[in-house]
Write a protein that binds this ligand. Structure first.
Ligand code: ADP
Ligand code: AMP
Length: 219
């Protein structure tokens, strides 16, 4: 199963992907997380993309496509959730090709619809566990015990550098300019279902469960 969680930054893709990974046999591929990991490890690739990401712009397609191709080439049989990819029409076309040569296809695209004002509010309150990466929010999704990660009990948390309000606005603009077209592409293919991702976490979860069961996947 190849599932794409599609939507603007802050719409809740990573949070829901985590839930699916915890409850189903999926591997979560967030291109943003992979790139942040390169930056953390100070690799050549990390140094190449850091300035671009800090500015809220897109990393060139060839870099992103190579990362995804390498992952699928290693384990083409897995169930994947893509989060934050594809983000341009070129990436969507490349995805189709790299799956096609392995007799795979995108099975479902879940489109997270959220109004833009809410995105800024969500992103500006986002923080995550410094150890396992679990994502929280200052108001909407706090750890059960203040200051302690629900999942791994770590007590240190981080905020993303590109979650600063000015950069967030830029990221949303870039999304509207470059990524909306990807929705049209998957709509034409009949693979896209839109959900109301402005609802609370549990309602969104149950909506996603319904979408998955309609294509034969049950949680
Ligand atoms: P994305 O991966 O799409 O950028 P995240 O999953 O990181 O988005 O969510 C952005 C922020 O919004 C996080 O702080 C998260 O805890 C919070 N969040 C996610 N889903 C919801 C929701 N349905 N209602 C309120 N807050 C949410
Ligand atoms: P995200 O974690 O999905 O919010 O992505 C953070 C940043 O990583 C983006 O603002 C881009 O700079 C970069 N990025 C992640 N995925 C992609 C992609 N598919 N195409 C281009 N840039 C990406």
């Amino acid at each position: 199963m190849i599932l794409i969680l599609f939507g603007p930054p802050g719409s809740g893709k990573g949070t829901q992907a985590q839930y699916l990974v915890d409850n189903m046999n999926f591997q979560h591929i967030s291109t943003g997380d992979l790139l942040r990991n390169e930056i953390k490890q100070n690799t050549d690739l990390g140094n190449q993309v850091k300035g671009i990401m800090d500015a809220g712009l897109y990393v060139p397609d060839d870099i992103i496509i190579k990362i995804v191709d390498n992952i699928i080439a290693k384990e083409p049989e897995k169930n994947y959730i893509f989060d934050g990819f594809p983000r341009t029409l070129n990436q969507a076309l490349a995805m189709e090709q790299l799956l096609g040569v392995r007799h795979l296809k995108v099975d479902l695209v879940i489109d997270f619809s959220v109004n833009l004002e809410e995105l800024v509010q969500r992103i500006s309150g986002r923080f995550s566990c410094a150890v396992c990466g679990t994502v929280y929010h200052d108001k909407f999704n706090k750890p059960k015990v203040a200051g302690v990660c629900n999942k791994c009990q770590a007590t240190s948390f981080v905020r993303r550098q590109d979650d600063d309000e000015t950069v967030v606005k830029r990221r949303i603009e870039v999304y509207l300019e470059e990524t909306e077209v990807v929705r049209d592409y998957y709509t034409q293919k009949g693979a896209l279902v839109t959900i109301n991702a402005s609802k609370n976490l549990d309602d969104v979860k149950s909506n996603i469960k319904d979408c998955l069961s309609q294509v034969g996947f049950t949680i």
